[in-house]
Design a protein around this ligand. Structure first.
Ligand SMILES: [Zn+2]
Length: 383
């Protein structure tokens, strides 16, 4: 595994969508150490990010003798300064006592190493996210492993564009050191912080084992990147796991969140704190259904389309190399979903690139399937 997945930011530029009916009961804090009290003992702060998505929300939960930080911000000097301001001025003289990261992406866990050392406190993450962090917060292998080269080649990406993307990743200035130990969070676990009980709700698809925190009694959800109000989280297939179907995981996670109380106040990692959980879940389902429909139509009209061709159709506005990587990964995720649903099939063409066609349409040429085992999500038996 490598650091390609660590760079997956929360979302890509999208076409405009209809205005939704979410409501935002709080003005957001400035990303300068200011805080907004969401409820007694729950503070909302923002860490600045020097990119288009210019902030990440972090939350502070008051326990009896200190504060639990949820998510950290990027590994930048400015974000560290903002944390020093918060620790000195905003915590009623109480210490930071723990750091909890919803997932391993470096806007969420990039300062986990620094914060846990600076304040001498433990880190809480799920097993999957912790180890994804350990492996991805390292330099990309050089040269790229053959499996990665094969993945990019099969997707129809040119060698030149692949090299531009990889060069961009190698120059990424934000890759932090990883924290070297952790306490494990698991699905359904209850955390008592102050008077509140928070249930760990695991999601997947944007990252492998993303932790949300749900307070049933007060109907509060610290949602991480599992439910953002105005952008859809990046769901991508990476070179590390080229046969994954993360969109199926993502849609299942949305179904899971949809079980929570409709009146839940959602505390997301980007943009505003909002009401309208059910509405937002439905919007995201519709967004992916629309993308799947558009992609299916494209494949029907362009038999032998590569993933890269499909990406051009899905994300015509994408320009930067890193965004091409995210867009390609997201396109492959949607193609994988359509394949697993039996709507499309793919073949390796004579150049060793996957080309797609509707099920039932004969292949024009090709080398057949690569080596491996045919897998299915639906199993006949559970042990
Ligand atoms: Zn993320």
């Amino acid at each position: 595994m490598d650091s390609i997945a660590a760079r997956s930011t929360s979302g890509l530029p999208r076409r405009p969508r209809p205005v939704s009916t979410l409501t935002y009961p709080f003005e957001p804090p400035a990303a300068d150490g200011s805080v907004v009290e969401i409820a007694p003992g729950i503070l909302w702060a923002r860490m600045p990010m020097p990119m288009t998505l210019d902030h990440i929300n972090v939350y502070l939960l008051r326990d009896r003798t200190g504060w639990v930080i949820v998510d950290t911000g990027l590994n930048t000097p400015r974000a560290r300064e903002v944390w020093e301001t918060i620790a000195a001025d905003k915590l009623d003289g109480l210490p930071i006592q723990a750091v909890l990261c919803t997932h391993f992406h470096y806007d969420h866990a990039g300062l986990a190493h620094w914060l846990t050392e600076r304040f001498d406190v433990p880190l809480y993450m799920t097993y999957g996210e912790y180890y994804a962090m350990r492996v991805t917060y390292t330099p990309l292998p050089d040269p790229l492993p053959p499996t990665h080269l094969a993945h990019f080649h099969r997707s129809g990406l040119s060698d030149e564009m692949r090299d531009a993307i990889i060069q961009g990743l190698r120059r990424d200035p934000f890759t932090p050191p990883a924290a070297m130990s952790f306490c494990r969070l698991a699905q359904g676990q209850m955390l008592t912080i102050g008077q509140r009980k928070w249930r760990v709700v695991i999601g997947s698809g944007h990252s492998p084992e993303h932790a949300c925190l749900y307070c049933e009694e007060e109907k509060l959800l610290i949602a991480g990147d599992q439910l953002l109000p105005r952008i859809s989280s990046n769901v991508q297939v990476t070179a590390v796991e080229p046969e994954a179907n993360p969109l199926a995981d993502w849609l299942a996670s949305l179904d899971h969140l949809d079980q929570l109380d409709a009146q839940t106040l959602v505390l997301p990692s980007h943009q505003g704190v909002f009401h309208g959980l059910r509405t937002r879940v439905q919007e995201l389902r519709e967004h992916h259904a629309q993308q799947l429909g558009q992609l299916g139509k494209f494949v029907a009209e362009h038999p032998d389309a590569t993933a890269f061709d499909a990406m051009r159709e899905m994300f015509p506005q994408v320009r930067a190399p890193i965004d091409h990587l995210l867009a390609l990964g997201e396109t492959i995720a949607h193609l994988a979903w359509l394949r697993e649903a039996g709507e499309i099939v793919r073949d390796l063409n004579d150049n060793g690139v996957y080309v797609h066609r509707m099920s039932g349409v004969r292949a024009s040429a090709g080398k057949g399937a690569p080596r491996g085992i045919r897998q299915s999500r639906t199993t006949g038996d559970t042990p």
